[in-house]
Design a protein around this ligand. Sequence first.
Ligand code: HEM
Length: 441
Amino acid sequence: MTVGEAWVWLAVAVGLPVAALLLVLVAGRLAGGLHMTTRVFAAVHSLTLGVGSTAIVGAAYQMSSALLGARLWGERVIPWQLGIYLAGTGSLVAGFWYGSLVLLAWGGSLVTAAAWVYVAIMLRTAGRLRRRTGPTGSRQGRPQWVHALAMALATVNFGLVTTWGLVLALSMRYPLWPGLWAGHRGLVVHLALGLGGWFALMVVGVSYRLVPIVHGARIASQPRGVAVVALVTGAVLLAVAGALGRCGWALRLAAALIAPAGALYVWELARLLQHRRRRAPDLNVSHWWAVMGYTLVLATMGLGWAAGLVGPEHGERLGVLAAALFLAGWVVQAILGQLYKVTPFLMWYYRAFIPDVLQISRLPDLYAPRPGRLAFWLTNAGVVLMEYGIARADGGWATAGAVLLAAGCGLVAWKLGYSWLPGVVAGRLPFRWRRREGASG
Ligand code: HEM
């Protein structure tokens, strides 16, 4: 196992069950309109930092060597960075959960420092690659503008959202900027940078590189992809400017831009999957369809709010619905779907159960094991039910949905995170640490 794999393992085997459990505990509060409470913040950050960001950082370290052929700059600091990031995330989540501003400030500082180390490593590595292969960063000489642009912007946004989160946390203790709390201005900036700038751009960027590779199809239109990235970036900038400048039209325009961005993105993804080379059952494809479905629902919500179809009395509930759908649905489905694809090349699960790694790509239904399908339906049914509970302000339904979601996440955590351990313990499966990222095989 490499350090990159260790990041992903921690996200799947530790972060996912913990976040799912906390979500079960706070789902009732979400439905009851109590989303601005520290316990909910703890659950949210166990998901955003403990699962989403941990998995993305680990996969980026692991994949950048494998996909780009570039050795990571500053590889030696990564184990230290992992330690700092884990300590920070644990302290931040505990700080929220127990209402301790000291733990929160320490945790936020460590996470922010680790995030900027990630930004430095990725941007320096991209710089190396660019010098070696030309402006597009592709060894094959094909343009990878969407991938490169979206990844670069997302990476910088990771540094920005954690820094802004730290500013918010410090403002809770020291009133640095009292106006920050009026009308949730500070929170809107944080959400725009985190959900739009970091997660959405990262998933778009990764999908433009990974989906064509693993499904053997070509991107139909790079300009369409650039438009998606520009629209999401525009929405993030408008939301930040609108919140800080108290400008209602900028916020509405930001929400409206989600619709064309989402429609163009779904158009490209659907086309790519329809042209995929193999028709064997594939969980990765199912997860992308779920992501597409959630994208369209989120786009409709954004458009509805921008057009003034939702009265001010329902605006905040719609915001909670959208954020919960995005984090528990969109982000979780995008990440789980990729785990089934990247594991064969990189990780433990398939090595444990399929001894001949070269056989992997020839297996007919490799990517649709039954527990994975069950987890797919459990997680999606859970999200739908939870949304229903939040929309109806019914804590029972919201909690029932969170329980289903947690069951699906627990199944994935067991399958990908732990089911290989008995083989290692019994000595049937060799386990060793490798220093170099991406030196798979
Ligand atoms: C990937 C990084 C992050 C993401 C995606 C993220 C996301 C979020 C979300 C979705 C909320 C709203 C929760 C709700 O309304 O129930 C929130 C609130 C908050 N986050 Fe983060 N967060 C991130 C990192 C951080 C960090 C590193 C800190 C530092 C301590 C932090 C501090 C806060 C604070 C203080 C709030 C409450 C703000 C308020 O009361 O208005 N966040 N975050």
